[in-house]
Design a protein around this ligand. Sequence first.
Ligand code: PSV
Ligand code: MN
Length: 381
Amino acid sequence: MIKDMLRRQRIETPSWAYGNSGTRFKVFAQQGVPRDPYEKLADAAQVQVHTGVAPTVALHIPWDKVDDYGDLARHAAEVGVSIGAINSNVFQDDDYMLGSVTHPDARVRAKALGHLLECVDIMDQTGSDTLKLWFSDGTNYPGQDDIRARQDRLAEALSAVYERLGEGQRFLLEYKLFEPAFYATDVPDWGTAYAHCVKLGPKAQVVVDTGHHAPGTNIEFIVAFLLREGKLGGFDFNSRFYADDDLMVGAADPFQLFRIMYEVIRGGGYTEETAFMLDQCHNIEPKIAGQIRSVMNVQEATAKALLVDRDALAGAQREGDVLGANAVFMDAYNTDVRPLLAELREEMGLAPDPMAAYAKSGYFQKIAADRVGGAQAGWGA
Ligand code: PSV
Ligand code: MN
């Protein structure tokens, strides 16, 4: 039963995780990094080959811009993956210094909206059903712009994108507390994202990027609440110690990941309707292996969450047995699920240890030798 649930799990990897990345201080180039979206998909396919639960890849436009998206989708199928969410980018053009869809100038707003609509065109061409919207929009100084008018402009743009969505398509609205805006971000929290999505209708849902909260925020509460309202569209998984660190999910706080996955299961969100995506950058660790490790971290948290004895927990909760209820929860968390997952992988025809299998495959040595010359993909290219 638990194994069946784990076998059905789907975790989407992001194309940008395979490119070079870094901080504003330095982007370190690594060996074998893809030069184009085709090579990114080939790398993502390795994660699928060794884990069996990562069959889709999120694209970021314009980082993954190609002439022929139909051809890219065909290439994806050839290497054994398919295209997942299309991530829009209205944060890297000079025009967006004061915002994109909330910019005070109507010309800039129209340009940003044009990009979002282009992303829906790309969904049509790739067969993707999910558009991910993240806005860096906001202000740095009190009085800089009209906070309320910016909400009106945001609502207008979201409504136009919503109207453009086709049958079976949806958008996920992502929030982020701060950065790059340092005073007031236009979509800073789940409440703002939720309110806009509720107004628009069922094709608009909230995506929870686990790195986008103030320290100490109870993310599992947000997950429980959004699921209860039918508004949790998915996750951008990563982990953070300080700000939006984009580190490997489950690295900073595996217990938090377990608590989140418990609420997902408890709230009926463990279905194909919820997008479980990674949104990470591997600045100093090897990228494909970093993605494999991340997928395994999500699997481990999920297995532990599935192990929670729900009947015993409900019983203890009914009795007001505080310590008993907590013990049921902790028992599951403290279970070593690695043998169970190793067994499952063998049943799926995979190696029990994906990290070791990938290392043994020689794929990294091959791309390091083959991918010489050309411009390596990076965060922003
Ligand atoms: C913004 O910080 C974000 O989380 C959005 O999802 C972007 O699309 C992504 O990072 C880019 O890495
Ligand atoms: Mn994100």
